[in-house]
Design a protein around this ligand. Structure first.
Ligand SMILES: *[C@@H]1O[C@H](CO)[C@@H](O)[C@H](O)[C@H]1NC(C)=O
Ligand SMILES: *[C@@H]1O[C@H](CO)[C@@H](O)[C@H](O)[C@H]1NC(C)=O
Ligand SMILES: *[C@@H]1O[C@H](CO)[C@@H](O)[C@H](O)[C@H]1NC(C)=O
Ligand SMILES: *[C@@H]1O[C@H](CO)[C@@H](O)[C@H](O)[C@H]1NC(C)=O
Length: 349
């Protein structure tokens, strides 16, 4: 009897060990199973710990020494909603690093050493709501980081080295409500005018942003982008031929002559078509479209009328001819009388 009891205890402890392994927690982390959150912060970690509970929803990895992350670094935690990588030493992110995080909503990458981000880096994060890239060393952002991010409401890039921001990037975030841009090296030349126009619309629609203070050129140093009147910007130089002839035509139809030399050549490092002329072709296009529709309808109408006239004329002519022939046939020879009558009967009056 006593032996049976011992055996039971042994089994019980074995089961407990197994349970702990199954719902295990990495050595340097604290796991809170009720909230599915795992805290591995301030542990001097150089890599993502293995053995994370697969149902983890919040993962704190801030204040560690992560220098790089491999592709699929978070494959073991596909349910992740919140990922905090603040205050690590990440200088580069490989393209597939966030693959598999289809549910991720909040990503904090502040206080790292990121210099640039690959286009489409966040493509695998369709549910992202908040992306914080503040306090890095980012000097350039691509025109596309994610697919249209319908749920992204917070986008922060304060304290970086940005000089320009592609309007297309902002347009890929139709729901953004909070946009933090302070403390960058904003270059307030013609290329930033499109950002200014975008921000004015954004604020008008209830969006919240902090200040975009110009770092260059000297004329606008220390001024706020939103307080500089449009009229004081030079138009952007005409795009080079390799940009594409269609855009060149659009710009041409926007009747904005190129006046004066380009203010600075360093601005040309990006697609020169990203200048303030971009939104203007729209009315021209619209006018084009309206004109095309009007002309098409007029031409169609004329053709229809002509066809109608031809049909009426044809029918009348056929009827008259038939009547005349029918009458003549009936008069002359009797054998074809029936045919002539049929012909006469079947033709419309
Ligand atoms: C960043 O993390 C380090 C440990 O890696 C810590 O000593 C430091 O206080 C953290 N900095 C901030 C601002 O939290
Ligand atoms: C990221 O972390 C910083 C520092 O703790 C915090 O101020 C910021 O609100 C966080 N961002 C998000 C999107 O949670
Ligand atoms: C955006 O959020 C809503 C509600 O949380 C969700 O139903 C929807 O699937 C999300 N959009 C995407 C692209 O995941
Ligand atoms: C940021 O980059 C510049 C050069 O691009 C470098 O001089 C500077 O030390 C970097 N700062 C940080 C915090 O990495």
């Amino acid at each position: 009897w006593r032996q049976g009891r011992d055996c039971e205890l042994l089994l019980l402890s074995g089961a407990l060990v197994l349970l702990r392994l199954a719902g295990g927690c990495p050595e340097k982390c604290r796991c809170h199973s009720s909230s599915h959150s795992v805290d591995c912060s301030r542990q001097g970690l150089a890599q993502v710990p293995s053995g994370l509970p697969p149902q983890t929803r919040t993962l704190h990895l801030q204040d560690n020494q992560l220098h790089q992350l491999p592709a699929f670094a978070f494959r073991s935690v596909p349910q992740l909603r919140i990922l905090n990588l603040r205050n690590n030493s990440l200088s580069h992110l490989v393209p597939g690093v966030f693959h598999g995080l289809r549910h991720l909503e909040v990503l904090n990458l502040t206080q790292n050493s990121l210099h640039s981000l690959e286009s489409r880096l966040f493509h695998s994060l369709p549910r992202l709501r908040e992306l914080d890239l503040s306090s890095n060393n980012i000097s350039h952002l691509p025109a596309s980081l994610g697919r249209p991010w319908e749920n992204l409401t917070v986008f922060a890039v304060q304290q970086n080295q940005l000089r320009q921001l592609d309007r297309a990037l902002l347009e890929s975030m139709p729901s953004v409500r909070l946009l933090l841009l302070k403390d960058n090296l904003w270059q307030c030349n013609c290329h930033l005018l499109s950002l200014k126009l975008w921000l004015e619309k954004f604020i008008y629609k209830g969006g919240v942003t902090d200040s975009v203070v110009c770092a260059s050129p000297d004329t606008w140093k220390g001024e706020e982008l939103l307080k500089i009147p449009h009229e004081l910007y030079q138009p952007c130089p005409f795009p080079s031929p390799d940009v594409g002839s269609s855009r060149g035509q659009q710009l041409g139809s926007a009747h904005q002559p190129v006046s004066g030399p380009p203010e600075s050549h360093s601005a040309g490092q990006r697609d020169p078509s990203e200048c303030e002329l971009k939104p203007k072709p729209r009315p021209a296009n619209l006018r084009h479209a309206v004109a095309t529709v009007v002309i098409t309808s007029v031409v169609c109408g004329i053709v229809c009328l002509m066809m109608l006239a031809a049909a009426v004329y044809g029918c009348t002519y056929a009827a008259v001819t038939a009547q005349y022939q029918g009458g003549r046939l009936a008069q002359t020879n009797a054998p074809v009388k029936m045919e002539g009558k049929e012909l006469y009967d079947s033709s419309p009056a």
